[in-house]
Design a protein around this ligand. Structure first.
Ligand code: CTP
Ligand code: MG
Length: 213
């Protein structure tokens, strides 16, 4: 497939407090190794690592130095991408099925941009000081995951536009939206959750056992 897989893995994992997540071991593999698994067979895999980090050996990927933000890291990866479509996937999401990758790719081919989303299971509230405030309509909201797929030219244009306007974003789809282009939604996966806090690690270890079995 004519897709460059872009892995922003240059974060310091500050909330987790165990060093960069790329090198964190869960179930006998680093998160970077896990994150690459569903993309085996991709013709191009580019990984942004923290500045100064030693690129791991034995992985079929090209490594480059990330930036100060996720957005900057993705911008650098995009410069190096050579294929007409990209899949951008966070190293912090180790458990992604090939089915999910296929769903995103298929919608990207058709629509130019696609991201996986999930319904919100909890009640959502806007706190007022430390008190219970306005409840937000959760059925109108979705949680956004990765991998996110784009025509490479479109995502490049979106990043250039954001840089020019000084826009910052926590994912790539919002930059494409800011440029005025639609982004298709496909069904995400609860197991593709993002490892962010220490409490997420026992969940990850348990899932690793299921994936390894
Ligand atoms: N990321 C990146 N370059 C940065 C910052 C983040 O490539 N300068 C990547 C992370 O490696 C991760 C993804 O963006 O794959 C999502 O970021 P997050 O979950 O926030 O990870 P960290 O930034 O590492 O964690 P923290 O914010 O707690 O430091
Ligand atoms: Mg971060």
């Amino acid at each position: 497939v004519e897709v460059s897989v872009l892995i922003p893995a240059a974060g310091q994992g500050e909330r987790l407090g165990l060093g960069p997540k790329a090198f964190l071991r869960v179930g006998g593999r680093t998160l970077l190794e896990w994150a690459l698994l569903p993309f085996q067979g991709a013709s191009e895999v580019l990984v942004a690592l923290p500045p100064g980090a030693e690129p791991p050996r034995g992985l079929r990927a090209t490594f480059l130095e990330g930036g100060r933000s996720r957005q900057e890291s993705v911008a650098r990866l995009l410069e190096a991408a050579s294929l007409p479509m990209v899949l951008v996937h966070d190293v912090a999401r180790p458990f992604v099925s090939r089915k999910l990758v296929e769903r995103v790719l298929e919608a990207t081919r058709r629509e130019g941009a696609a991201v996986p989303v999930l319904p919100v299971p909890d009640t959502l509230v806007r706190p007022e000081e430390a008190r219970y405030g306005e409840v937000l309509p959760r059925e109108a909201l979705r949680l956004v995951q990765t991998p996110q797929g784009f025509f490479t030219a479109l995502l490049r244009e979106a990043h250039a536009y954001a840089r020019k306007r000084g826009l910052t974003a926590t994912d790539d789809a919002q930059l494409v939206r800011a440029l005025g282009y639609p982004v298709a939604l496909v069904e995400g996966e609860r197991t593709a959750f993002k490892i962010t806090y220490q409490e997420d690690l026992p969940l990850a270890e348990a899932l690793a056992r299921v994936w390894n079995a």
